[in-house]
Design a protein around this ligand. Structure first.
Ligand SMILES: C[S@@+](CC[C@H](N)C(=O)[O-])C[C@H]1O[C@@H](n2cnc3c(N)ncnc32)[C@H](O)[C@@H]1O
Length: 278
């Protein structure tokens, strides 16, 4: 059974209003499959009945769960690998030449269950130029459930198998029953916080590196433009932005330029737009 058109419209508008995620017609199957277990837990026989009650009662906690259920949290260790090589071989060494305070600030802006910010910190540890440096990591996501998982630092065998070399596993994790726990040395460097990218950012100190990967793809053009413009305002003028492999700034916010970084590329604020960063 698939979700009815009315229930789909309600969920689509809710998710758009609360997260900016666009669920185009044709995504009915996705909504149905993501909401079925929430519906059952709430004691409903099907998703339509669950959504009907939700639209009348508008219980804030349930509305949040529905929005979170419609986020896609796919991630892995050192995802796509090239950005991490670029960090180690190009971006971190460049920053090391220009930061006299021996401190770097990084923001992982849609961190899901934490593999991305932890992979960045592991890469920093593998960068000789950063030996003895302080790396401050802010990791944010819309989903409380993902943030709770990321904070716990606990990963299943299946999860550590996705992209983590055995030597890195031994170096940065300890066994916790059937799972693996990230070392306190790494987890203590990350501040996890909920942040909805579609809303104005809270006051933040400037970041030297921003990872904004595999999240803009879910938004419409105006939302992407707005987010990229606001990211410029929280970046150091010579900062480095990483997007996902299927994302780009071209035709979205041309104040960014794509520049080579090692065998990969990063986005930097064009010289003529740097003065606008106040
Ligand atoms: C596909 S994951 C990407 C994770 C990681 N950046 C990576 O590339 O592996 C997308 C993440 O974006 C988050 N997200 C979706 N909409 C968001 C929003 N409006 N604000 C903040 N995070 C959002 C989701 O909760 C999800 O964890």
């Amino acid at each position: 059974m698939t979700i009815s058109p009315d229930a789909f419209t309600f969920v689509r508008e809710l998710v758009r209003a609360e997260s900016a995620i666009v669920l185009d017609p044709g995504k009915e199957y996705l909504v149905q499959s993501r909401l079925v277990s929430l519906a059952r837990t709430a004691g409903h026989r099907d998703v339509d009945a669950f959504v009907r009650e939700l639209s009348t009662r508008r219980n804030p906690a349930t509305l949040r769960l529905v929005v979170e259920a419609l986020t896609t949290n796919e991630t892995s260790w050192f995802r796509d690998s090239d950005p991490f090589t670029a960090l180690r071989e190009s971006v971190f060494p460049t920053l090391a030449e220009t930061r006299p305070h021996r401190q770097i600030r990084v923001w992982a802006a849609a961190c899901s269950s934490g593999q991305e910010p932890y992979s960045i910190l592991m890469t920093a540890q593998d960068t000789p130029e950063l030996t003895g440096w302080k790396v401050d990591m802010l990791a944010t996501d819309l989903s409380q459930e993902m943030l709770d998982r990321a904070r716990s630092g606990l990963y299943s065998q299946l999860e550590v198998n996705r992209g983590l070399p055995a030597t890195t596993l031994v170096r940065h994790f300890e066994r916790a029953g059937l799972s693996w726990r990230i070392s306190p040395a790494l987890s203590s460097q990350v501040q996890f916080r909920q942040l909805n990218l579609m809303r104005p950012f809270p006051p933040m100190e400037r970041f030297d590196v921003v990872f904004l990967r595999n999240v803009l793809i879910y938004f419409d053009l105006a939302t992407k433009q707005d987010i990229l413009r606001r990211v410029r305002q929280v970046m150091a003028p010579d900062g480095h932005l990483f997007l996902g492999a299927a994302e780009m700034t071209m035709g979205v916010d041309d104040a960014w330029e794509r520049v080579p970084a090692g065998s990969s590329s990063v986005y930097r604020i064009r010289e003529e737009h740097r003065s606008c960063v106040s």
